[in-house]
Design a binder for this molecule. Structure first.
Ligand code: NAP
Length: 264
């Protein structure tokens, strides 16, 4: 017998209700592109940021100018009290969560492993791994049918570096993204029977501010021509893959990854 297609959160909501999405690190780069595209597709979006309130408010203003719904909420995802407050704010201001994009991520100056100290490792893993775990935990508490939720979707924003290792640049960052990929695989299987899909997008070399944090603002222009597609990627190209994985179009995909890396 053919099993029936499952229903998803939107199908439980009146037509006027919007699916609520939290994008961590939604103030800039890939997170901002994701927040804006999600709003165009009808989500009510929480634009989380850590420091850059002006950038987060600009994303909210763009969304509102297009007739969408968004709020900017400050929280450092590596801080457990901040994460609790972030999710409570989403509950109170936007309503029941339907989806999470674990996008907030950091890297530090390009260097070799012999120059990496414990403090740096703690900073990189605190945001990229601990932050993603804490946000995933709070999302599962709200989405899981085992907790009375309506199901939903989580997308973790990873990197091709998780598989390539980023030698000579930031092996610590690559290792943190490999840990994030393990979270994607393990959590996906853990909650697959509870209405939650968990997937990852592994971005390649994308035009955002993050490369300046690594000490090379023009890194995308340097490496773009060496890639199979002969160019760097744009944040919107990653956002489109994220939105597909969040959507009902991806209803039978979980624990899997889309590489958005120009063939790298
Ligand atoms: P970005 O332009 O530097 O933006 C980073 C975003 O994360 C900002 O919104 C920042 O907030 C936020 N953020 C950083 N730490 C945070 C924390 N502890 N708590 C909450 N928010 C925090 O970076 P991006 O390039 O768009 O990167 C987004 C994701 O894509 C990251 O996970 C990154 O590792 C991944 N990625 C990027 C590339 C690439 O080539 N760009 C490639 C592969 C993967 P503020 O604005 O407040 O600082």
């Amino acid at each position: 017998m053919v099993s029936p297609l499952p229903t998803y959160p939107t199908t439980h909501l009146p037509n006027s209700a919007k699916r609520v999405l939290l994008v961590t690190g939604g103030s800039r780069g890939i997170g901002a592109a994701t927040a804006e595209l999600a709003a165009e597709r009808g989500y009510a979006v929480c634009v989380n940021f850590r420091k850059n309130q002006a950038a987060a408010e600009a994303v909210v203003a763009t969304i509102e100018a297009g007739g969408g719904t968004a709020v900017a909420v400050q929280a450092d995802v590596s801080s457990e009290p901040d994460v609790l407050q972030l999710f409570e704010t989403v509950d109170a201001r936007l309503g029941p969560l339907a989806a999470l994009v674990n996008n907030a991520g950091v890297l530090e100056r390009q260097t070799r492993v012999e120059h990496v100290d414990a403090a740096r490792l703690q900073r990189v893993f605190a945001t990229n791994v601990t932050g993603a775990f804490l946000c995933a935990r709070e999302a599962v508490k709200r989405l899981s049918t085992a907790h009375g939720g309506a199901g939903g979707a989580i997308v973790n924003v990873s990197s091709r570096a998780a598989q390539l290792g980023a030698p000579g640049e930031y092996v610590d960052y690559a290792a943190s993204k490999a840990a994030l990929d393990a979270l994607t695989i393990g959590l996906a299987r853990e909650v697959a029977g509870e209405g939650i899909r968990v997937n990852g997008v592994r971005a390649g070399i994308i035009y955002t501010d993050i490369h300046a944090d690594g000490g090379e603002p023009d890194r995308v222009d340097r490496l773009g021509p060496t890639l199979p597609m002969k160019r760097g990627g744009h944040a919107i190209e990653v956002a489109r893959a994220i939105l597909w994985l969040l959507s009902d179009e991806a209803s039978y995909s979980t624990g899997t990854f889309i590489d958005v890396a120009g063939g790298r």
